[in-house]
Design a protein around this ligand. Structure first.
Ligand SMILES: [Zn+2]
Length: 767
């Protein structure tokens, strides 16, 4: 420790009133902190910008995407729980490539008897869930699921060759599909609908106690795979957990169901007059003008009456959707139906809920207002909701999203009572699944490859929307309390981040390959974005950049780099270090106060300084009332005073002479206390140091040192603090906003472990 360095510091402090960063280059480096350039730009990790994707994160001048349009006739057999369809797909090749074949996704095939999905999971026979899957796998009658493909034909009606590899079907065309070309073909299919409450499928039916079924139907038709500039064909198999990559297209879907069913799904209902009763039509027109609370279109009484019968006649519901990436619908004779209008920009959007009586009173009270509130929040954070409706369907244990429609859990007990946990669980899942309309239904990222791009971004906006809901509907949440969000705030990710590194994957992993799916793909990216918004970038810069990303990529297919690049391009904040640490590694945050040296002040001028002044022809009157520091704890204090050179000191004295006019010298501030604070960083993630200094009069001052403070030394960094008042406490990250996994080193003086001395006394007594 070179004592005289502090002398010079003091002089500078006196002159400028600033603190001075002191790099501890000699600090011993910890393993794992050596030669780590955490601030290196991500050129090696990112793909090179090109004509399809620009360096600013926007679609490039030759960006393209494929189009898949569908015309489908669907028939639901309620008695057999079977669904059949005839679909015509028109595929447009907007790519510059010649395509020799087409890939079609057959997701239902994970339910085939010979599905390979169960074979990639390890298993044991002990746990309860293992036991239930064991019963399913080895003791029950295997469910005969999966697509039964009856015909694949060209528009002219000739059979096309195809091959099915698990959940993917390759279709051969009569000739190659040239750039700009279109190819139409048809598929005839049927399958047995799974009971989703039994085999945890994302779609299927639920059997109510009265024997009626509620159908939530999705991934139900052969769907085109994505072909893009990044992946070529995205023909990665569906194993059951990871979600989807789908191109945009227009849909015309006619769905035939029992005539006593109601139905809603993706798209505009084009034959409302044929399928609505006069009463329903009147109520629907009323709902268009209802902005405060929903209007019931089908009442609970009507649903319960319909549930008592079984109608063999059928009705066809016709839906038409433009520019959507998928299609889903829900139908039952046991559904209650309500709707209300919500203004988004200058447009009215219909917020809709469908639920069996089993969902009440919870669903009637909250579902539709939660949908409306969600659309407002998400539109503020990204872009105005472009579709005409958003539907929340109640299905037991479900939380799953499709364009304009989603399934959500949250069921009261049989007597109609429910816990706060059920209520907020229901509200949160509705916010989340309705939010998926934005990510990935409209900002159409590849869910199968990058789960975090839809789940993480969506969970982040979900947190914002939950807090909005609490503010906008204070009566719906506990009065005067914030909405109890489960994911978003930094302190909620700490347990996960502190966990076993061997059972962790970076966020930048394929969803299927992560260990803790919820924490890795939902909470961690959402929390990262929240830290960027609240701590690193600030709301103004973050929100502008996040909206820019959302608007640049709405109705397009973004990649992670498009997101990372846009966030920097639109904010002028270099975030490569943050992406590297939070998204590309499994490091955690841990920053603390390692050591604080207190310097005592004396007015005694040292012999060396006197000599220096003589050399420069100065007298004491040329200087303000200088103070000199003595670090009482320094072992080499005496030695240092004798041997150190005075190289720095004259410069600083000269600085005062040159820069501060004589009449001002006497007024220079005269701090009484000096602290050399050494911050340590046992964690791998560089984060801003948020330091709160508490003074002897109880006042506090907070200084945030940007993360770049770690750029030259990854393990520790020093700061000299000058103060007129004594500092009694230093606290790092006092509001727990950086996900610091170990707060035991966050304060100075160290918090004493309570009770230890008492315990010692007890022990002594006992012996
Ligand atoms: Zn989700």
């Amino acid at each position: 420790m070179k004592l005289l360095k502090y002398l010079s510091l003091v002089a500078l402090l006196l002159a400028t009133g600033f603190t001075y960063a002191q790099e501890e280059e000699t600090e011993e480096r910890k393993p794992g902190h050596t030669n780590v350039n955490r601030f290196k730009q991500l050129y090696e990790e990112f793909s090179t910008p090109n004509v399809y994707r620009s360096a600013n994160g926007a679609p490039g001048p030759q960006y393209y995407q494929q189009q898949a349009d569908y015309v489908m006739d669907i028939v639901l057999d309620d008695q057999q729980s079977k669904i059949s369809g005839f679909e015509t797909i028109t595929y447009t090749n907007n790519s510059p490539d010649v395509l020799e074949y087409l890939w079609v996704q057959l997701d239902q095939n994970v339910r085939q008897k010979d599905s390979k999905s169960p074979l990639i999971e390890g298993s044991g026979a002990r746990s309860a869930t293992m036991a239930s899957s064991f019963v399913g796998d080895h003791m029950g009658t295997a469910f005969d699921g999966g697509f039964k493909i009856q015909a694949v034909k060209s528009a002219k009606g000739t059979d096309l060759d195809y091959i099915i590899n698990q959940t993917m079907m390759r279709v051969e065309m009569p000739q190659n599909l040239k750039p700009g070309g279109k190819f139409s073909f048809s598929v005839r299919w049927w399958y047995n609908i799974p009971e989703h409450t039994v085999d945890r499928a994302r779609s299927g039916y639920e059997t109510f106690e009265d024997g009626n079924k509620g159908y939530v139907i999705a991934q139900f038709f052969p769907r085109m795979a994505v072909y893009s500039d990044v992946e070529g064909w995205q023909n990665s198999q569906f194993w059951g957990r990871d979600e989807f990559a789908l191109p945009f297209g227009d849909y015309e879907v006619n769905i035939t169901v029992p005539s006593d069913h109601v139905l809603d799904g993706t798209g505009v209902l084009t034959n409302r007059k044929d399928v609505f009763s006069k009463e329903m039509m009147n109520r629907y027109n009323e709902a268009k003008k209802a902005y405060e609370k929903p209007v019931i279109i089908v009442t609970q009484e009507e649903a319960e009456t319909a549930s008592k019968g079984f109608n063999r006649s059928t009705k066809t519901w016709k839906l038409k959707a433009e520019n959507v990436r998928d299609f889903g619908f829900a139908t039952s004779r046991r559904y209650i139906w309500d709707m209300m209008s919500v203004k988004i920009g200058d447009k009215d959007v219909m917020a809709v809920s469908m639920y069996p009586p089993e969902g009440n009173p919870l669903w009637e009270d909250y579902s539709t207002i939660v949908v409306a509130s969600t659309l407002k929040s998400y539109s503020r954070m990204s872009f105005d909701y472009p579709y005409h409706k958003a539907i929340s369907v109640h299905a037991k244990n479900q939380g799953m999203e499709y364009p304009m429609i989603c399934w959500n859990y949250g069921r009261p007990d049989k007597d109609g009572t429910y816990s706060d946990r059920t209520k907020y669980g229901m509200m949160s899942v509705i916010i989340h699944e309705v939010g998926h309309n934005y990510f990935p239904m409209i900002v159409n990222s590849d869910e199968r490859q990058w789960t975090w791009m839809d789940e993480g971004l969506n969970t982040f906006v979900q947190y914002v929307a939950e807090q909005d809901f609490g503010e906008w509907y204070p009566d719906a949440v506990a009065p005067n309390k914030a909405y109890p969000s489960r994911r978003g705030p930094a302190n909620k990710i700490v347990n996960y981040m502190a966990g076993d590194q061997d059972r962790m994957a970076p966020i930048m992993s394929k969803g299927l390959n992560t260990y803790n799916f919820g924490a890795n793909a939902y909470s961690k990216p959402a929390t990262g974005l929240n830290i960027l918004r609240e701590t690193i970038m600030g709301r103004e810069l973050f929100d502008y950049a996040f909206r820019t990303y959302s608007q640049r990529w709405m109705f397009k297919h973004p990649t992670p780099e498009d997101f990372f690049r846009t966030m920097e391009d639109a904010s002028a904040v270099d975030l490569d270090w943050f992406w590297r640490a939070w998204f590309y590694s499994t490091d955690y945050t841990d920053i603390g106060v390692k050591e604080v040296k207190t310097f005592y002040v004396t007015s005694k001028m040292s012999k060396e300084v006197k000599e220096m002044m003589e050399q420069r022809g100065m007298t004491e009157s040329d200087l303000p009332p200088l103070v000199y520091l003595i670090d009482k704890d320094s072992e080499d204090f005496e030695e240092s005073m004798r041997t150190s050179t005075l190289a720095d000191v004259p410069t600083l004295q000269a600085y005062i002479m040159d820069n501060v006019p004589a009449d001002e010298r006497a007024n220079l501030k005269n701090p009484k206390f000096f602290y050399e604070v050494t911050f340590e960083k046992p964690g791998g993630i560089p984060m801003p140091i948020i330091a709160e200094y508490t003074y002897s009069d109880g006042s506090t001052k907070r200084i945030t040192y940007p993360a770049e403070i770690w750029r030259k030394n990854d393990a520790s960094v020093g700061k000299v603090i000058a103060s007129e008042m004594e500092i009694t406490k230093i606290m790092v990250d006092p509001d727990e906003e950086t996900a610091d996994i170990d707060t035991s080193n966050n304060s100075w003086p160290k918090r004493k472990k309570l009770g230890e001395f008492n315990k010692f006394k007890e022990n002594v007594k006992g012996q």
